[in-house]
Design a binder for this molecule. Structure first.
Ligand code: ZN
Length: 368
């Protein structure tokens, strides 16, 4: 069935700007999700609450002037674990990821094979497209993050090789499901790149992660690569990070060997963005667009449009304007229980990104 969204063609004037994705969930939804977890609310009873949260999120997104919107991941349990919803071969005691402020997130662990996703990200799109007038992007979790589910001591009768071969098929199907459901862009959340350098300074782990992602990307055409992007950040949870202490320059040259058309790169929160931008400029390949992070999601202060403009102008010194875009440094709430940032703050920051990007574009073309 066709609706207005399928025929919508965005007019590409100016510097493209896109969100990373997540928006804090409304309090009523948070409470309902908790009730559901405790067995006091059925999945069916959650549906109208998801509808309401997604509808309100998209209305507010469009009011910021954002040319591309997302559903704010209102129905995703987290950016990383939505794929596991409903599975019975997962235990909660997997790998631990420590954050700088001392809190941890624990990944689940695979207990038996074969491995299949419980949910594909494309399944979130029909609801979003019901409410959206603008193009909707959809995020998926990277195959490399999912690979961490496999425990070090193995799974009975299910080798790591067998798991990885099943996993790559599932990651490809996850991205396909987004295109089939009308995603404008698909963003692969690859937040473990910098963490990989922290865990293994020899960068062998990073190379393994990149190889897995390129294996998934090899299933898509050049044309589809232009609609696939990679998000990188040092983690963003409860206003804290997990790998910001690793020099960005250790990651960037290798990151840009991924065969994707777009890169959504955290930058506003960097201590020395200029050095990182220069490295991007030196390693950028044709047909790659860098969406530079101009909104610091860990800092609660709302940027002014002028601050955003200056960040864009600085990026434009190193990245050609036809390969430049802007984005937020990360999602505002990658895990559904993270309410460190308010919805009002998130949308005010997004509005500043849109306005500041416009200001920068006007200044750049006036000098051409
Ligand atoms: Zn992120």
């Amino acid at each position: 069935m066709k609706n207005q969204n399928d025929t919508y063609t965005p007019i590409l004037v100016g510097i493209p700007t896109e969100p990373v994705g997540s928006i804090p969930r409304p309090r009523e939804l948070q409470e309902a999700l908790l009730s559901h977890e405790q067995g006091n609310l059925t999945a069916e009873e959650l549906e109208p609450l998801f509808d309401e949260a997604v509808s309100e999120t998209i209305t507010r997104f469009e009011a910021t002037g954002s040319p591309v919107v997302s559903d704010g991941e209102q129905a995703k349990s987290s950016f990383a674990t939505y794929t596991l919803d409903g599975l019975d071969n997962i235990a909660p005691d997997g790998m631990i990821i420590p954050f700088e402020d001392g809190h941890i997130r624990r990944l689940p662990r695979l207990t038996k094979g074969p491995f299949k996703y419980g949910v594909y990200a494309g399944s979130y799109l029909p609801r979003a497209k019901k409410f959206a007038k603008r193009p909707v992007k959809q995020a998926v979790i990277s195959v490399s993050a999912m690979s961490l589910l496999y425990p070090e001591d193995g799974v009975p009768d299910y080798s790591r090789e067998h798991f990885l071969s099943d996993l790559v098929k599932e990651a490809v199907a996850d991205i396909r499901s987004c295109f089939e459901n009308g995603a404008y862009q698909v963003q692969i959340d690859f937040t473990e790149g910098r963490l990989a350098v922290k865990l293994d300074p020899s960068k062998q782990l990073l190379q393994q992660f990149l190889d897995l992602n390129n294996q998934v990307l090899s299933h898509f055409s050049e044309k589809e690569h232009q609609r696939i992007g990679i998000h990188t950040c040092p983690g963003g949870d409860h206003d804290s990070t997990h790998s910001a202490d690793i020099d960005y320059g250790e990651l960037i040259p290798m990151l840009l060997t991924l065969n994707a058309g777009n890169f959504y790169m955290q930058m506003a929160g960097e201590k020395n963005p200029e050095a990182s931008l220069k490295i991007i400029g030196d390693h950028l390949r044709p047909n790659q667009r860098i969406y530079v992070g101009v909104i610091d999601v860990v800092n609660e202060t709302v940027e002014s449009a002028e601050t955003v403009r200056d960040r864009v102008l600085q990026a434009a010194e190193y990245i050609p304007i036809d390969q430049l875009g802007t984005t937020d440094d990360c999602g505002f709430s990658p895990f559904s229980d993270d309410v460190a940032t308010s919805r009002d703050t998130a949308f005010a920051k997004i509005k500043a990104r849109i306005q500041g990007t416009k200001l920068a574009y006007n200044e750049l073309i006036s000098k051409m």
